[in-house]
Each structure stands twice: as structure tokens, then as C-alpha cells.
Design a protein around this ligand. Sequence first.
Ligand code: IPM
Ligand code: MG
Length: 360
Amino acid sequence: MNYKIAVIPGDGIGPEIVNEAVKVLDKAGEKFGFQLNYTKLLMGGASIDVHGIPLTEETIAEARDSDAVLMGSIGGDAKTSPWYQLEPSKRPEAGLLKIRKSLNLFANLRPAYLYEELKAACPLREDIIGGGFDMMIMRELTGGLYFGERHTTEENGVKKAVDTLSYDENEIRRIAKRGFDIAMKRRKKVTSVDKANVLDSSRLWRAVVEEVAAEYPEVTLEHMLVDNCAMQLVRDPKQFDVILTENMFGDILSDEASMVTGSIGMLSSASLNETKFGLYEPSHGSAPDIAGKDIANPIATILSAAMMLRFSLDLDEAADAIESAVKQVLKDGYRTGDIMSEGCELVGCTRMGDLIAERV
Ligand code: IPM
Ligand code: MG
């Protein structure tokens, strides 16, 4: 089988980590008999440098015309990069938000899982970690504060900025369904996170989630306020299976969840629409400070590539093989700097990619 994959290397460490993911994908293709044809696309700062804007209509069309999109990371150092001299709507991040919205990628899956081998990197106490944890954050990605009406004005010398958080019931219903569907394939528990003690949008969220829950009698639903959830994630992360939440809360909680796994360098993500199409990217950023040094951890991107095989191309066996190869490489004691611990062998980005490809 042949598939068309749009590849967006992006900025910072993006190109390095994407190279390693492509290396591992090609190895899986050889082994499992499929071929991926890649089209490289520019987005973020890389696109600004060439086209003056972070995402062109042609790029969106190319991405839409593929079976899936594999992405590295976008953005630069906001203090030093000329990209941040531009108005906000022309900066690298605007490209990312635009591609999410244009391709209707409303369901963002961010798994946070503690690898047995990386327990030493986990900042939580042994008695809290217990037998480990394994959760899936289901973040709404095309609504809420990120896409609400916003403006900055000045009246009588006083500056004022407004952002709006709005959701309609259809937006909530479709992400809730995705959350419950995923829970059915896992431990059948959904924690819906909101701020229903203050926000109208959260009260609607809660009501619609309850409606959807009625269609999934096997799944246990609990509601949790977002501030409490932030606390519970470090107090007892084992309690979570699927965390279902709106855009902004999901942005914040997914960084927190990733940190308790020891390294954000390990965490993949998938952004899906109503079809099989999706965009796959690591949960971490572009880390411009370590770009080009061959020290970045490519594992989050490699695991995102595995998710791409699983969700968009139905190549489950190949996805399993990549995930096992990652586990094996950790068992064999190889580490990049971000997850390094005593007694292990420190390797760079390229070598980590080679070692994983060898084990596929
Ligand atoms: C993420 C990132 C983005 C977001 C930024 C880069 C706009 O933090 O994917 O979590 O806030 O969604
Ligand atoms: Mg974020």
C-alpha cells in the first residue's frame, strides 16, 4: 500500500526530530510492506521566512490532500526572533492555530504514560507513582478562548483587551463522544474537567457531557473542576483514565500531565477531525535553545508517527512495532539528555532514531 504523507518539519528542533520519525516510519514500511510518500510543507517561522506568513492556502490544500500530516514543532525564541516583531496574526503560532481550524482538527489526543524505565525521571514520590499511571487527555482544539472574538482597545488612555470563551452544544457533543469512544477502548472512565462553579460555557459543557454519557452506560463519568484537577494530577495521577476538557484547560493540563511522566520529550499527540485524517505532532515545543545540536529527544515525534499509522492508516501492527521498539531502546539503557539517569548511555537525536529503527 502507498500513502501520501504531508510532512511539516517546522522550526527549532522540528527538522531533526522529524527526520528521525521518517527514518523509523520507513523502516516500519520495509518490514510491514507499505510505502509512505512524503511531501514537505512549510509552516510557522520557516514559512514566514519564505512567504511572509506562517501558513499559506496552498499548504493547507496540500495537507488536506494527504492521508495524514506529520509535524515537528513551530515557533522560535520570542525575545530574539524577528518572527515575534510581526503582529500576532502573522507569528508562527498563528499558522498552527489556522491549520487546526482549517482542517477541522477538533479532537486532540495527548497520552501521558509513565514508562517503567523512566520512573527515575518522574518528579513525584515513589509512593504517589505506585504502579505507574496511564491517561489520555482529550482536548477540544478548535473552539473556546483560542478562537473566540478578541480585540484590544484604548479608551481615555486606558488600554483594554478582551478574549471570549464560547462553545455551542454541537462542539461539546462531538468532542465528548470522542472521549467516551476512547474510554470504551481503555479503562472506561471519563473525567470531564470544567469550571462550572463560575463559567456558563462550563455549565453547558457539563450538561452536554452528561447527555452523551447516557449513551455509554459502561463508562463511569465524573466531573472535576479544573483547579482541583491540576492538584489531583500531582496528588494521585493513577486515578485518571480519559480526561475530557476544553481547549485552554487542555493546553495547561496536558503540559502538567506530561511533566509528571518525567519528560515532555516522550509525549506524542494526534489531532483528528470527523474522518480518519489527522495531524500528528509531539506535545512539546520547538526548543530553539537546543536546535541543531543533535541532542533533542525524537521519541515524542516517533510515537506520534506510530499514532499516525494506527489512527489514520489502520497499520496497527506497524504502530505496535514502533511502540515496542521505543520501550526496548529504553530497556536497553539508551537515553537522550532530557531523560538521562545514572548507569544509562547518553545518545543524541540521530543515534536515538537509529537505535529505534534497528529495533522495529
Ligand atoms: C500546544 C501549544 C500551542 C497551543 C501553542 C504553540 C499555540 O502550546 O499545542 O499545546 O497553545 O495549543
Ligand atoms: Mg501547550
